[in-house]
Design a protein around this ligand. Sequence first.
Ligand code: COA
Length: 181
Amino acid sequence: MIDNIVIRPPLPADHLEIAALIQNLIPRYLSREVTPEGVAILRAQAQPGPVGARLNGIADPTWSPALVAATGSRVIGFGAVRGGTHITQLHVAEDWHGRGVGARLVRGLIEAVQQRHPAAETVTLGAVPGALTAYLRMGFVPVRPRWRWRGIVGQPMQIRVSNLIHRKAPRPAIRQKSRGR
Ligand SMILES: CC(C)(COP(=O)(O)OP(=O)(O)OC[C@H]1O[C@@H](n2cnc3c(N)ncnc32)[C@H](O)[C@@H]1OP(=O)(O)O)[C@@H](O)C(=O)NCCC(=O)NCCS
C-alpha cells in the first residue's frame, strides 16, 4: 500500500540500498541518449562509496536535504538537493513507478528547501529525457535548452515553490492497478 510508505531522511547505512537503487535504474532509465562515457560516469557516481560520501559528508554533505521513501526495511525511492535549491537526485524503484512516490519525494524536498531557505522562490533540476513528462506533471517547466556534459544530457527545469505546495493535495491512495500491493 502507498500508505505504508514512509518518507524520511536517510540513515547512514541506507547508502548501500540507495546505490543499488540507482544502479538498477541506469540501464533502462538513466542511460537514454547518454554516451558510453556518460554511462560510465553515472555508474561510478552510483557506487556505494561516492553515494555515502555525498550523503554523510562529515563537515558538509553534498546531498542535503535528502529523503528516502521506504516500505518496511526496503528503500524504494531517493531524492536529494544540492546547492540549496537544486534537486540533483530523484529515483524510484521500477516496481513502484507511477504510484506517487516520486511526487511525494519532490514535495518533501521542496518543503525542506522552504524551511532552510524561506526566500527561495524556485527549485530547479535537470531532467533526463525519460523523466521529462513526469516532471511536467509535477509542475516543473523547462527553462533553458538541454545541456550535455561528457555524454550526459539534462533538461533544465524549475518549479515555483508556491506551485507545488498549493497545486494539489497529497495523493490519498494507490491507483487502480492490477498489482496487488
Ligand atoms: C521519474 C521518476 C522519479 C518519477 O517517479 P514516480 O514515482 O514514477 O512518479 P509519480 O508516480 O509520483 O508521478 C508523478 C506524475 O508524473 C506522471 N508520470 C510518472 N511517470 C511518468 C511517465 N513515465 N510518463 C508519463 N507520466 C509519468 C504521473 O502520472 C504523475 O502525474 P499525475 O499526478 O498527473 O497523475 C521515476 O519514474 C524514476 O525513478 N525513473 C527512473 C529514474 C529517473 O529517470 N530519475 C530522474 C532523474 S532526473
